[in-house]
Design a protein around this ligand. Structure first.
Ligand SMILES: Cc1cc2nc3c(=O)[nH]c(=O)nc-3n(C[C@H](O)[C@H](O)[C@H](O)COP(=O)(O)OP(=O)(O)OC[C@H]3O[C@@H](n4cnc5c(N)ncnc54)[C@H](O)[C@@H]3O)c2cc1C
Length: 337
């Protein structure tokens, strides 16, 4: 059995955790936020809650389809039965497809919370700031100066800019970080006292500032009040990255009413979130991970596979499988020495 530290508690981390658990390792998760899920996050307001990151998950591969089927059977996720609309400069129209879109119930973070229970320890509100390696073992240092030592291997699942400081002694891993970048996304969350009379529950938008609109309460298991999630497109988000929050909120609200064609109503509650590292700009390595076999240090995350929950999960699993092979090799070599 090895002791393994995973930095981050998003879907890449949880994909890796599942593989390590299968091999009987002892795994500790270190997460800077108060909860698990990373970009598969939910926001709880005073009178409402929303999925403010990933909106749904779907499978493009048989491997992830099997995972979704398993989570569905366990009651962790449910299909979100919608016909998405497409809104562009010309018109708004239904855009049916055969995709099965799943959501975690009763909110997206519920899935990660359940999956993280399989870790030996979950250290939330713990931002790791440095990694130290002595005598074949790793020590993690947090921003409060706490030290967590005795790990045989470390898995880094953060976006590349946050991962780079941890991998400066591994040329290939550092290169992967430096060659990758992420795009931002402004997200506006709205709650209303009455239902909005839109003909759709969710729409892909190809005009103006917005890229996605969804009636959050149309997802299974959600609270009943009228809630909407509005995601700005990457270009607009990038251009407005440093604008003031009131200005961004005002612009997105205006764009929301323009896009839906409804008369403006006063929102009962709203929340604006800036995702600085929302989506990978490029996928640097389609293997899904970068491993330093000598140091037993591995990088993974959606930015090394594809920009989705599926990409993150498969990346974490590929990284853990590669590290597991390395740990087994070391044991065989050690046993033969
Ligand atoms: C607005 C938005 C909408 C999206 N919509 C969809 C969708 O509908 N469907 C879909 O499939 N995908 C969607 N995605 C993409 C999907 O959310 C991501 O691809 C996936 O969640 C990434 O998982 P990850 O584990 O690779 O990274 P993350 O979820 O970012 O996990 C990394 C974790 O590391 C933590 N961390 C960072 N630095 C440190 C540190 N120093 N110490 C400790 N912890 C640290 C972070 O807090 C985070 O929890 C969306 C993303 C966004 C932002």
């Amino acid at each position: 059995m090895a002791r393994i530290a995973i930095i981050g508690a998003g879907m890449a981390a949880l994909g890796a955790l599942a593989v390590f658990n299968h091999h009987g390792h002892q795994v500790e998760l270190f997460e800077k936020s108060r909860g698990t899920g990373g970009r598969m996050a939910s926001k709880r307001g005073q009178s409402a809650s929303w999925d403010m990151g990933a909106q749904f998950m779907k499978a493009n591969t048989p491997a992830f389809a099997a995972i979704l089927a398993d989570w569905h059977q366990q009651g962790l996720i449910e299909p979100w039965k919608i016909t998405p609309w497409l809104i562009d400069e010309d018109d708004a129209r239904p855009s049916p497809d055969d995709d099965i879109r799943y959501v975690a119930v009763p909110r997206m973070t519920a899935l990660s919370r359940t999956l993280a229970e399989k870790a030996s320890a979950l250290h939330t509100s713990t931002r790791i700031t440095a990694l130290h390696r002595h005598d074949q073992h790793w020590t993690l240092e947090s921003e409060t100066g706490d030290l967590f030592d005795g790990f045989d291997a470390v898995v880094v699942t953060t976006p590349p800019a946050q991962a780079e400081p941890f991998v400066r002694n591994s040329v290939n891993l550092q290169q992967a970080c430096l060659q990758s970048s992420m795009l931002p996304c402004w997200a506006l969350l709205l709650a209303f006292d009455e239902p909005l009379a839109t003909p759709f529950d969710a729409a892909f938008v190809h005009t103006g500032a917005i890229s996605w609109l969804a009636r959050n309460n149309s997802k299974p298991g959600r609270d009943s009040g009228e809630t909407w999630v509005v995601l700005a497109n990457h270009e607009w988000s990038q251009n407005c990255i440093d604008h003031t929050r009131p200005w961004v909120e005002q612009q997105l609200l205006q764009a929301f009413w323009n896009t839906t064609g409804l008369d403006a109503l006063k929102a009962r509650e709203s929340w604006l979130h800036r995702w600085l590292y929302a989506f990978p700009d490029n996928s640097a390595d389609t293997r899904g991970y970068q491993l330093d076999p000598q140091q037993k240090l591995v990088l993974c995350g959606d930015w090394l596979q594809s920009a989705s929950i599926e990409g993150a999960w498969l990346s974490g699993q590929a990284a853990a499988t590669a590290l597991q092979a390395q740990l087994s090799n070391s044991r065989v070599t050690g046993a033969n020495a």
